[in-house]
Design a protein around this ligand. Structure first.
Ligand code: SF4
Length: 217
């Protein structure tokens, strides 16, 4: 039998992956922004893992996958992935509770739009109640105007919501860090100043080579 023009798509549905002595959880490929430097525009994943999901994993599927692992060897379990985890806040909360019951450290990497995505909830209070230890929030611009240009958020007032998210997390006693991507459009020193005013830690992320080349073209 001859099969012509058949494209076989092999999708791994990677729910978790290891890097930096952490375990990262991949909940969704959707996002409430469309950053010009987003890895989703240039690659299928990071560190050799294909993070494209054909189906978003349920809470039960994530817990079942994690049950087979020695989680104690990781510094942190991090909600991240190729998308915005708080689009699946119910899963973030349930899995955080499960992880905290085992005494593990849990971090959320987020664009900080959670209150706009989940307007009926007090998101910070829910995260705190679930036991979340820390958040890493993409700041990515020193001004709202630049943020809207670079990150192209779906919601209005996303920049202010993101700053409020950082402030709220800090006030709630959740450890906070903001990050920027190192590209010429972003004034890293002004962003550092914003971070200082927020009282959060500051981290500069490097852009992948593929992304650097493409956004320059
Ligand atoms: S917030 Fe993160 S996942 Fe969303 S578009 Fe920007 S870089 Fe991509």
């Amino acid at each position: 039998m001859i099969i012509r023009n058949v494209r076989i798509l092999i999708c791994m549905n990677t729910i978790y992956y290891e890097a930096h002595n952490n375990l990262y959880l991949n909940l969704t490929n959707r996002c409430s922004a469309d950053c010009i430097f987003c890895i989703r525009n240039f690659a299928d994943g990071v560190y050799g893992y294909n993070l494209r999901l054909s189906k978003e994993p349920s809470t039960e599927e994530i817990i079942e996958a994690l049950e087979g692992l020695d989680l104690s060897k990781y510094r942190e379990i991090v909600f991240t992935g190729l998308g915005e985890p708080t689009l699946r806040l119910d899963v973030v909360l349930a899995v955080t509770r499960w992880l905290k019951n085992q005494g593990l450290r849990v971090r959320l990497d987020t664009n900080g739009h959670a209150a706009l995505i989940n307007p009926k909830l007090d998101v910070i209070a829910e995260l705190k109640k679930a036991g979340l230890d820390s958040v890493s929030v993409s700041l990515n611009a020193e001004s709202e105007e630049k943020y809207n240009k670079l990150c192209r958020p779906v919601h209005k007032n996303a920049y202010r919501a993101m700053l409020d998210f950082v402030r709220g997390a800090k006030e709630a006693g959740i450890s906070t860090r903001v990050t920027v991507v190192k590209i010429p459009e972003i004034d890293v020193e002004k962003c550092r100043k914003v971070s200082e005013e927020l009282g959060s830690d500051f981290h500069i992320r490097l852009l992948s080579e593929a992304a650097s080349q493409e956004i320059r073209e």
